[in-house]
Design a protein around this ligand. Structure first.
Ligand code: CU
Ligand code: CU
Length: 387
């Protein structure tokens, strides 16, 4: 396995991670604490901006700018001022995910592998999901803890599995300092109402029935959506067709990018300026670089293997490929229609999802990769073992 991977990656993945995200200098602790405390002072200005946005009127720019100036907190203001979408913020906002709750206790957070196995669909045709948006430190490798913004305390959030026509009753609460929201790509619903931003201590509920089968993204849609997805607020909802697909070993892979600032207090914050430049430090399947090299996906010879692959972005596609294999079938949209056959690689846009199937009729170790190798090199690689 090691020799095969070394053919794909010119240096060891662990070394690559280290070189890309280790700080060239470590800011002193006092500086970091000052910045963190200023964040608390600045947040009411963000809340005020959000309230104003939800009322379809821009807050006085001078008011927010004054708040930023008075605290010295770095605010950034890169957006299209003509946009009416809530996902594009009209006012300056924080440029780092390092809120107090996203960093508290970071040094002692344990690593866990994100389970890629598709959980069974619920027996009930009515799903009730009561979720909380939390800002929390997440260990994404032995050496890296990120100041995460999450659904349910993990990156990605939980995998939802249902069927076309099921009723999904969703409620979001917020336990953190920033406002957050939920945007299910599997829903057809008025986003202004259903996907509205929720402040700490409040809740928002909506109901939808998925119309199409497929692998769909969900994400926080609060402005700027780039910052919220980039800090970890995304996941997958898998919708089965009315007639189930053939039995298979089923895995969910969600690709995302991390854009990280230097370590302070044992944690690396997500960096909005890097997100705008679209220059990630890490690209991951299920929120951890290279995790399925170290603990591969395992199937038996003869199995049909089905990957539900979702691109969370926030900005780059996943060019999905399995080395040494070919996809028997790729469903571009709702299965069982939209199938194409005999595929080597297919690109999934940010905000998209597709279903990839292969027949594991050859035993061996098969790397699955983002064949855009600048991103494979940064962690978007894993191993499928056929036994
Ligand atoms: Cu959010
Ligand atoms: Cu979206």
């Amino acid at each position: 396995m090691a020799s095969l991977l070394s053919d794909l990656l010119s240096e060891s993945p662990r070394a690559a991670i280290g070189s890309s995200v280790q700080p060239s200098c470590v800011p002193n602790r006092r500086d970091f604490l000052i910045r963190a405390s200023r964040l608390g002072i600045m947040l009411p200005a963000v809340g005020a901006a959000l309230d104003a946005c939800s009322k379809e009127s821009s807050p006085p720019a001078s008011k927010v700018a004054t708040a930023g100036e008075s605290t010295g907190t770095p605010l950034v203001s890169h957006q299209n001022p003509d946009s009416r979408a809530d996902s594009i913020l009209h006012t300056p906002h924080i440029a780092s995910s390092a809120t107090a709750s996203a960093t508290a206790g970071a040094a002692t957070v344990a690593f866990h592998r994100y389970d890629p196995i598709l959980p069974p669909a619920s027996v009930s045709r009515v799903l009730t999901l009561n979720w909380t948006a939390k800002e929390a430190p997440i260990r994404i490798s032995t050496s890296t803890v990120v100041a995460g913004w999450t659904f349910e305390g993990d990156i990605p959030g939980p995998i939802v599995h249902c069927r076309v026509g099921d009723t999904v009753n969703f409620t979001l609460g917020v336990d953190g300092q920033m406002p957050h929201s939920m945007d299910f790509h599997a829903a057809q619903i008025d986003p202004k109402t259903a996907f509205r931003s929720v402040a700490a201590g409040q809740t928002q509920s909506f109901t939808f029935k998925p119309k199409y089968a497929g692998a769909f993204l969900y994400h926080c849609g609060t402005a700027p959506v780039l910052m919220h997805i980039g800090s970890g607020m995304f996941g997958a909802i898998i919708v089965d067709p009315p007639t189930p697909l053939a039995p298979a070993k089923e895995f969910v892979l969600i690709q995302n990018e991390f854009y990280l600032a230097p370590v302070a207090n044992g944690v690396q914050a997500s960096d909005y300026t890097k997100m705008l430049a679209m220059t990630p430090d890490l690209v991951c399947f299920n929120g951890r670089p290279n995790q399925y090299q170290e603990a591969p996906l395992r199937v038996k010879r003869g199995d049909r293997v089905r990957f539900y692959v979702v691109s969370a972005g926030p900005s780059h596609p996943c060019n999905f490929h399995v080395v040494g294999e070919q996809f028997d079938t790729v469903y571009l949209g709702a299965p069982p229609g939209s199938a194409i056959h005999g595929v080597q690689t297919f690109s999934i846009s940010p905000g998209g999802g597709m279903i990839f199937e292969l027949i594991a009729d050859v035993a061996g170790e098969f790397p699955f990769v983002n064949h855009g190798f600048g991103h494979g090199q940064k962690g978007a690689i894993g191993m499928l073992v056929v036994e």
